[in-house]
Design a protein around this ligand. Structure first.
Ligand code: NAD
Ligand code: TYD
Length: 355
């Protein structure tokens, strides 16, 4: 049994699908169901006893302690977070609450549980328990064009409220290992994309706006670079780190897939031109619209993934071309999911612009 948090969201729901596709070990999924939590992402598991869903907050120590006592998980994986940079700029409070205070409370509940585990034995012990914290490359700040990609040894230089809140949570996790001995693992991943991605983030936003005949907003000059990773590759990496990662270590996860935003958007447009041509015979790229830049916009992220590749033998299976083809096709094949997700909170978000 493992306890995962935030797994009604994008990466977490993909993680549960990836996990249960290869094994039967059950998963307890603690999720607050914020605007980003969507049980539709897990509807194919409805009635499956291997997935136990609990609605609640990682910051609710009593609730978490109760779940740990009841299910006795061998590991806790923390995906739960406020995850969107733009929202963190417009309202940082929730980011501090969940990503910092929430992670602190979760760590405290887990530490109390872990303290009571036997030191030795045949099954769950203090030394084989793991707390795996899922984090981001954004904690490292921004890169100039010729800088080497982020390695695990890079200093933390977070620039957005989101990045700062995730950096804080990483530091808490690190301290709980060094001070209390909690067996932790931290992963710092680059930008993910794939199925079940909430359409506030660039790739799903562009796919759905394109299909709706709406503008495709590009912040600033569109030359900001991100290092894209297909979400299932990220999930497989997390499973590998949980299985074989060295306690107390951090692992950077990325796909060696740096692309400027404008090129990402143009690639999506040309995929859609083939898969679902516009009815007026024009190209989707005509919908591209340059808009006011995000404040403090980081110019470039890139991950040096050699540590996880060498130590743990993980490699991404998808290229950007194969991953984006699957992603665009998934959005075309899942109109009901799209209808559900675009009917509520997304609408409120759509009108927002900087300036
Ligand atoms: P998401 O916003 O899609 O999902 C977050 C989930 O956490 C939602 O289901 C939400 O309901 C839940 N949640 C939020 N606050 C909670 C709380 N207080 N208690 C319990 N549940 C809560 O995010 P995502 O893109 O799936 O990201 C998952 C994790 O991966 C985050 O920690 C994020 O920082 C990290 N990450 C994301 C990316 C990316 O590209 N999306 C890249 C690297 C790291
Ligand atoms: P996003 O998907 O929000 O992820 P992150 O900010 O965590 O990297 O944004 C990816 C990149 O795309 C980022 O450089 C901001 C840019 N962007 C746009 O140009 N237009 C948009 O509408 C959005 C949401 C993002």
């Amino acid at each position: 049994m493992i306890l995962v948090t935030g797994c009604a969201g994008f990466i977490g729901s993909n993680f549960i699908h990836t996990w249960l596709a290869s094994q039967d070990e059950p998963v307890v999924n603690l999720d607050k169901l914020t605007y980003a939590g969507n049980l539709e992402n897990l509807s194919s598991l409805s009635g499956d006893p291997r997935h136990i869903f609990v609605q609640g907050d990682i910051g609710d120590k009593d609730l978490v302690s109760g779940l740990l006592a009841k299910y006795k998980p061998r590991s806790v994986l923390n995906f739960a977070a406020e995850s969107h940079v733009d929202r963190s700029i417009l309202g940082p409070g929730e980011f501090i609450q969940t990503n910092v205070v929430g992670t602190f409370n979760l760590l405290e509940a887990v530490r109390a549980y872990w303290n009571e585990l036997p030191a030795e034995g045949d099954s769950l012990t203090k030394s084989n328990f793991r707390f795996l914290h899922v984090s981001t490359d954004e904690v490292y700040g921004t890169l100039a064009p010729n800088d080497p990609p982020f390695a695990e040894t890079n200093p933390y230089e977070p620039n957005s409220p989101y990045a700062a809140s995730k950096a804080s949570s990483d530091h808490l996790v690190r301290a709980w290992h060094h001070t209390y001995g909690l067996p932790v693992l931290t992963t710092n991943c680059s930008n993910n994309y794939g199925p079940y991605h909430f359409p506030e983030k660039l790739i799903p936003l562009v796919i759905l706006n394109a299909l709706d005949g709406k503008p495709l907003p590009i912040y600033g000059d569109g030359q900001q670079v991100r290092d894209w990773l297909f979400v299932q590759d990220h999930c497989r990496a997390i499973m590998r780190v949980l299985e074989a990662g060295r306690v107390g270590e951090t692992y950077n996860i990325g796909g060696w897939n740096e692309m400027a935003n404008i090129d990402v958007v143009k690639t999506i447009c040309s995929r859609l031109d083939v898969l679902r041509p516009r009815t007026d015979g024009r190209k989707y790229a005509e919908q591209i619209t340059f808009v006011k830049d995000r404040p403090g916009h980081d110019r470039r992220y890139a991950i040096d993934a050699r540590k996880i590749e060498k130590e743990l033998g993980w490699k991404p299976q998808e290229t950007f071309e194969s991953g984006i083809q699957k992603t665009v096709q998934w959005y075309l094949d899942n109109p009901e999911w799209v209808k559900g997700v675009t009917s509520g909170e997304y609408r409120k978000w759509l009108g927002r612009q900087y300036g």
